[in-house]
Design a binder for this molecule. Structure first.
Ligand code: ATP
Ligand code: MG
Length: 569
């Protein structure tokens, strides 16, 4: 297959314009810049769980490789042993797979290249392009200058190649304590780009590494590892987020001085979401301080949190597709993400009935002890999903909010004397309201029209409202976790004087309550998804067991995105 044919094969179904990265990739294929190859990588640092922002990068890197018949590596940029853990590595692999992507065995680690990186450092020293510096961190800060003022050369900049080689080897052999010395590149202390002012390449850290154990007590800086790792792997397009644009001259300097293969770095803008914090450091603090119940708390924007909340891989991939790729700062309304999951769950979930705030109804003309099974559609929009039986009896629960004693004009649900349709059952009329001593409505006495079985009008008379219900005798009790956004402010960082995003936490981000559901659901398994009619999309939580079911609300049915996007049209 030629590259042109690949393009047609993968692009055929959609005539969307190419994003700017794909335009570059197609140009490179045409001009044979990398011999027509496309090889990308997703390079997480294993210092936390992946979030929805990472999902954007995963979809872009793996998606680009797939589109152009290329390859995508999974590479862990694990240069900081103090923050990295195997737990994170495992979760990252699980999440990438769950999103639907596979690295086909190309699982690499920057730490795989520690020997090579050490040799690269030695090569720079030999070319007199790197030196060991004994300045303290503080002194180094002063010598560095500012954005408006050039820096000053370190007094150790003129060390001989031999001395540098010897000191660097001693650093490696553990002769010095943490922070005593560093290896720095010799570039230009007057450079406009502060990152080019003799950046640190290696630091001393007597800390075990999650993969190399105690083999090393010096570790390369991220900047000295990232570009060279891409080079070693033969990456063609090193796709990264915009903040790395200023690092690009440094990465290119390393590649040129080391005389090694040069990937093409391309930057795109990060995803930011309203009502969401995305930085791993902040997410970690929510976990550590017990504000959420772990990384996979359904309120977290982590992939595992979204999974537990009931998001599907398809909905996340579709979201990544919809937001597109650009170089402008990207703040996306979280309701678009909610729209994407709703759209996907609408197709795939069964619709069942559950009552969350029960009001008892007694059907006075339905004989005591009698019961029957009524047929219900599993998804009225897709008959191929079949039907199920729902038990009906003399006592029912309906939602409190579906009844009003003194209804306003357009209230089409139940009121004294009014008639509604009970979904899949009967027309039902309210005849009497029972109250407790405080005047609170505790029961309704109603009658059904037996001729309206199935909810069909017997004589052409119409009812405007259709409400859901469960049979009190047959319903099973389950726990519902009603999740909402974790923050009340669109920009959680906007915390005024307090400067702490936690002041913006939503105190009602989780409401736990009991619900009464159809017995059909009694054996439902964790992660299964469904819609409780008129209430929302839910998924069965990992904590759920038969007899003690737990349902997480994924999203309500209310689509605020349609409203917002409609308004803008
Ligand atoms: P954070 O700032 O959340 O800690 P990070 O950039 O430090 O994220 P990495 O593990 O280094 O996290 O990220 C792996 C890859 O995912 C990088 O290529 C990074 O650019 C990309 N990435 C991280 N956050 C986002 C985001 N919000 N949108 C798009 N891509 C992102
Ligand atoms: Mg990072």
């Amino acid at each position: 297959m030629t590259a042109e044919e690949n393009k047609n094969a993968t692009n055929g179904e959609e005539n969307k314009p190419l994003n700017f990265i794909h335009t570059i990739v197609e140009d490179d294929i045409r001009t044979q810049k990398f011999g027509g190859r496309v090889h990308t990588r997703f390079p997480p640092e294993p210092n936390g769980y992946l979030h929805i922002g990472h999902a954007k990068s995963i979809c872009l890197n793996f998606g680009t490789a797939a589109k152009y018949n290329g390859m995508c590596n999974l590479r862990f940029d694990d240069t900081n042993p103090t923050k990295e853990e195997t737990e994170y590595v495992d979760s990252i692999k699980e999440d990438v797979h769950w999103l639907g992507f596979d690295w086909e065995g190309r699982e690499f680690y920057a730490s795989d290249y520690f020997d090579a990186l050490y040799e690269f450092a030695v090569k720079l020293i030999k070319k007199s392009k790197a030196y060991v510096c004994d300045l303290t961190q503080e002194e180094m800060g002063t010598y560095r200058g500012t954005v408006t003022q050039p820096g000053k050369d370190s007094p150790f900049r003129t060390r001989s190649v031999e001395e540098n080689l010897q000191l660097f080897e001693q650093m490696r052999n553990g002769a010095f304590h943490d922070g005593a010395r560093v290896l720095r590149a010799k570039i230009d202390m007057g450079h406009n780009n502060m990152l080019m002012r003799d950046p640190i390449l290696y630091r001393i850290l007597h800390t075990d590494h999650h993969r190399t154990g105690d083999k090393w007590c010096i570790y390369p800086m991220y900047d000295f590892a990232h570009g060279q790792s891409d080079s070693i792997e033969g990456i063609t397009h090193s796709i990264c987020t915009l903040e790395f644009e200023v690092h690009r001259p440094l990465y290119e300097w390393f590649i040129k001085e080391l005389e090694i293969y040069a990937p093409q770095q391309i930057e795109f803008s990060r995803l930011n979401l309203t009502y969401t914090v995305m930085s791993k450091r902040k997410l970690l603090s929510l976990v550590k301080e017990g504000i959420v119940n772990g990384w996979d708390d359904p309120r977290m924007p982590t992939i595992c949190g979204l999974r537990r909340r009931g998001y599907t891989p398809e909905s996340i991939r579709n979201f990544a597709e919809k937001i597109g790729i650009a170089r402008r700062d990207q703040l996306i309304d979280v309701s678009l993400l909610e729209f994407c999951v709703r759209e996907d769950l609408n197709k795939r979930s069964i619709r069942v009935m559950g009552v969350f705030n029960p009001l008892k109804v007694t059907i006075t003309n339905y004989p005591e002890g009698q019961e029957e099974l009524l047929e219900a559609l599993n998804n009225p929009e897709d008959e191929s999903m079949g039907t199920r039986k729902v038990p009906f009896g003399r006592e029912l629960y309906i939602e409190q909010e579906d009844f009003m004693e003194e209804p306003p004009k357009k209230f089409f649900r139940l009121a004294p004397g009014a008639e509604v349709r009970l979904r899949y059952a009967y027309f039902m009329k309210c005849n009497e309201v029972v109250k407790d001593s405080n005047g609170k409505v505790i029961e309704l006495k109603c009658t059904i029209d037996p001729a309206s079985k199935g909810g069909n009008s017997p004589d052409g008379r119409k009812v405007k409202g259709t409400i859901h219900w469960v049979s009190a005798k047959h319903a099973i009790q389950a726990q519902a976790r009603l999740y909402d956004r974790l923050f009340i402010k669109e920009d959680p960082e906007d915390a005024g004087e307090e400067c702490d995003f936690k002041v913006n936490l939503n105190p009602e981000s989780l409401i736990e309550q009991v619900c009464y559901i159809e017995p059909y659901l009694k054996d439902i398994k964790p992660m299964e998804k469904l819609q409780f009619e008129r209430v929302g999309y839910f998924c069965v939580d990992n904590d759920s067991v038969p007899g003690k079911l737990v349902f997480n609300r994924t999203v309500t049915l209310k689509d605020s995105w349609a409203k917002i996007s409609g308004k803008n049209e």
